[in-house]
Each structure stands twice: as C-alpha cells, then as structure tokens.
Design a binder for this molecule. Sequence first.
Ligand SMILES: Cc1cc2nc3c(=O)[nH]c(=O)nc-3n(C[C@H](O)[C@H](O)[C@H](O)COP(=O)(O)O)c2cc1C
Length: 128
Amino acid sequence: MNAIIVYSGGSNTTAVAQYIAEKTGGKAVTVPGTAEIDFSAYDKVIIGTRVRAGKVPSDISEFVAKNKASFEGKAAFFLCCMYNDDKGQRQLDKIASQMGIQKAVFFNKGKKIVKEAGNPVDDFIASL
Ligand SMILES: Cc1cc2nc3c(=O)[nH]c(=O)nc-3n(C[C@H](O)[C@H](O)[C@H](O)COP(=O)(O)O)c2cc1C
C-alpha cells in the first residue's frame, strides 16, 4: 500500500498517524507539509484528527474541503477522541459526514493503544 497520512492534532493523533505510516511504509505529514504533495501518487489518503468540543481543527477540515476531489475514492478517516462507545460512534458519524469521507473509525487513547499488540489501528490498516 502506498499511503499518505495527513493529520492534525496533538500526541494521540500524531502517535496514530506515525504508527500507520510505519506499518504501511507510508508517509505522515501535517497540513502545512502537504503544500507540494501530488495525491495522485498515492493509492490511499488517510486523514486523521483530534476533536475538541465536537469540532475538528479548521486546518484539517479546510484541507479536506479544498483537496477532496483529488483523493475521491481512496480516502479514509480516523478520529482521536475521548469516547469508546456509542457516543463515539455518533460523534464520528457526524464528523465523517461533514468531512464527506465514508470510511471512518474512531480511536480512544491513541498513544496508548498503538503500543499494544493486535490493536484497533491494526484492524483499520487491514481494512484499507
Ligand atoms: C478542550 C478539549 C475538548 C475536548 N473535546 C472533545 C470532544 O468534544 N469529543 C471527544 O470525543 N473528545 C474530546 N476531547 C478529547 C480529545 O479529543 C482526545 O483526548 C484526543 O485523543 C486528543 O487527541 P490529541 O492528543 O491528538 O490532541 C477534548 C479534549 C480537550 C482537551
């Protein structure tokens, strides 16, 4: 898989983005690092972000709105959040629908779970 991970957030989001990059042999970049990127060179474009007060950072939502057409059909989304239940799923559904990305998952305690064997991030990678 030739993946690029574009992310916005703090330690949890960064840990998950870097983990996916490591596992897939891909590249993880923050939004400012995307200026020169040709998305047609990748077969997966993974968008990752944290959420605060129900909202994602504006840099990532603006990035997706601006570039979505160039990665239509190969995008996937992960959200780092504080829930690990139905509330997390409902929050994810709302945000993924706003972003316009169908394939979406949420992770609770991202920094911690990537250190565990057989974690949910592995399942997400396997599903791509
Ligand atoms: C001010 C603040 C607001 C937050 N609001 C939400 C929220 O609305 N929904 C949620 O699921 N998590 C919320 N969280 C939890 C973070 O999304 C969660 O800890 C996430 O893993 C943080 O990712 P990061 O370490 O990449 O910043 C909030 C955290 C903070 C500090």
